[in-house]
Write a protein that binds this ligand. Structure first.
Ligand SMILES: Nc1ncnc2c1ncn2[C@@H]1O[C@H](COP(=O)(O)OP(=O)(O)OP(=O)(O)O)[C@@H](O)[C@H]1O
Length: 271
């Protein structure tokens, strides 16, 4: 059976301020979906809500992974079930080496029943695997000895995330602006690497303002978010249209969502 991630009528608030107003989305493993929309439309919020970030409160609707309701689950439980998100601004964990972090995370995902303190994946097995993955991604193995995101350049942070994606092999991955702050070569490399490790194996939800990331990961579906809801969905041609022409057509076609966008912006300015 194909794995399915289903978002049903999702309403999400942050500090009691409504951000998402009824999002519906269905993503199957093996599909690539592009999520687009103007700044502040709620794309990252959807990602955080799917991952169970405690600041993002679901006030209505459900998130289902293979018909299991995960809406109330803790973030680490969701990760163990196969959900992954690469953050726009990942946090640094000084003193924890990337390799150790990945060994813990990989063990937890492969053995969802594992309790804290129980055995990790044997070191030799893990080393062999991470070496293979790093060579596949053209990464220097020394990189895994560095502390997680501590002093990483923008490009290195993204490389670390991609390595994490390769090791964890989640069922579904949300990639939030994996291209932000990267130079053209780095975007190409990131894009190729994601295609290499994602491929048929994962369901990808790619949040991006740029065309490049989609070049090697052509979306089977594209969605536009405006004022906290997905107002239009289509195929790859929709993604190209929005990249070329922006969102004016969308604002005209969905005046209610455009009004909501303006209201959210006004509220932002008065805070
Ligand atoms: N943690 C938070 N605290 C306060 N407000 C938030 C938080 N997260 C999101 N918001 C607000 O929710 C709205 C949607 O933000 P979000 O980051 O989801 O948009 P986005 O579509 O991802 O934008 P961008 O394209 O600029 O990344 C914005 O008004 C933002 O200020």
């Amino acid at each position: 059976m194909t794995d399915v991630l289903k978002i049903e009528n999702l309403h999400v608030s942050v500090d009691e301020k409504p951000i998402l107003n009824g999002v519906n989305l269905q993503l199957k493993r093996g599909e690539t979906h592009a999520l687009m929309g103007p700044n502040g439309s709620g794309k990252s919020t959807l990602g955080f809500a799917i991952m169970g970030h405690p600041k993002y409160e679901v006030t209505e609707g459900r998130i289902l992974l293979n018909d299991v309701d995960v809406t109330e689950m803790e973030a680490d439980e969701r990760a163990r079930l196969g959900l992954f998100m690469a953050f726009q601004r990942p946090i640094a964990i000084p003193g924890v080496r990337l390799a150790d972090f990945l060994r813990h995370a990989t063990t937890n995902v492969r053995n969802p029943e594992r309790k804290e303190g129980e055995d990790l994946i044997p070191m030799r097995e893990f080393r062999k695997e991470i070496k293979e993955k790093m060579s596949q991604l053209q990464m220097d193995t020394e990189f895994a000895r560095r502390y997680v995101n501590d002093g990483f350049s923008g490009g290195e942070m993204k490389r670390a995330e991609i390595l994490q994606l390769a090791m964890l092999q989640p069922k579904f991955a949300i990639l939030d602006e994996t291209d932000s702050g990267l130079d053209a070569d780095a975007v190409r490399l990131a894009s190729q690497s994601i295609a290499q490790i994602g491929g048929e194996e994962m369901g990808l939800l790619i949040i991006t303002h740029h065309d490049k990331l989609l070049e090697h990961n052509p979306p089977s579906h594209a969605h536009v978010m405006l004022g906290g809801r997905i107002v239009e969905s289509g195929g790859v041609e929709l993604a190209h249209e929005l990249h070329s022409n922006g969102y004016e057509r969308i604002r005209k076609a969905y005046p209610d969502a455009a009004a909501m966008e303006r209201a959210m912006q006004d509220e932002e300015q008065t805070v």
